[in-house]
Design a binder for this molecule. Sequence first.
Ligand code: ATP
Ligand code: MG
Length: 318
Amino acid sequence: MPRFDVTVAGELNLDLILYGLPEQLPPERELLADRMMLTLGSSSAIVAHNLAALGSRVGFQSRIGDDPLGQIALERLSQAGVDTSRVRHVPGATKSGLTVILHHAAWRNILTYPGTIAELQWDDLDLDYLADARHFHLSSFYLQRALRPRVAELFQRLKSKGLTISLDTNDDPDDRWEDDLEGALRYVDILLPNEREARKIARTDDLESAVRKLAELVPLVVVKLGRDGALAQRGKERFTSPARRVNAVDPVGAGDSFDAGFLHHYLRGADLPTCLEKGNLAGALSTTRPGGTEAFRDAEYRERFLREHAAVSERARS
Ligand SMILES: Nc1ncnc2c1ncn2[C@@H]1O[C@H](COP(=O)(O)OP(=O)(O)OP(=O)(O)O)[C@@H](O)[C@H]1O
Ligand SMILES: [Mg+2]
């Protein structure tokens, strides 16, 4: 039996969120926030963290700088039970990535120092370690600047060892959506974009055409639709599932949490409607606390939320 359910290779950094700043940010003034939160950021790390919080066995590979912020991010992952023994600490001028989010009432500034995120490369990876799993997940294709030219080869190697593969590209910060993704898609079993990403990858403005086109490239396409829940297309079969009604306070990491909820149940053999429902549930849970992992880190809160919402779906079915 493989050591892990899922291995993930990707980026690891913290999010620093400041609340209550003035709407205008004039230069040279000292501007006061009334609340701050330092929380685990980055799509790959959030997926790994939340998969482990749900009970999957997860191995994680990444590159971080030799700095305290990278160390804190690493501790957060380990606390959730993720194996981080193969994360590389690389001393030098490049520090671990950091995102600073200035949270205003109706909008946010998102400032990112990519740091080591863009420097994770083929030589940092231990293929035997990554292959010792049933499934491999990759997030943030477009942020993995150094690894990106070899992602297709990585997928091909892992697939030849019998793993299934999922990919959540997330956004392309350059908004170029170059066609090198297509080589990687040949090996992908589950593609997990949001609606905009699905349209961009398929090069069409129409979501329906995008889903049909993507379903010809990969066996299973799962599109996250924010407050509208999610849909899945497997060949000619279509499944949809509505979002949960919750008091959402922060959408950051909802998509990554959806991935974790969906994959956790998919790997336990659940049918597609159940996987979609569990993905929506995990996405909704994430929105009830700041950042992408706070709602999952608090085990008592997480389990109570999942229990209460499972009871709601049971009642809706009967
Ligand atoms: N306001 C909300 N209420 C309930 N559920 C939500 C809400 N927003 C998001 N979700 C859930 O989270 C899932 C993923 O959210 P979304 O579609 O925003 O993904 P995303 O754009 O990939 O997010 P990310 O910014 O994390 O990459 C949705 O499919 C839905 O189930
Ligand atoms: Mg996303």
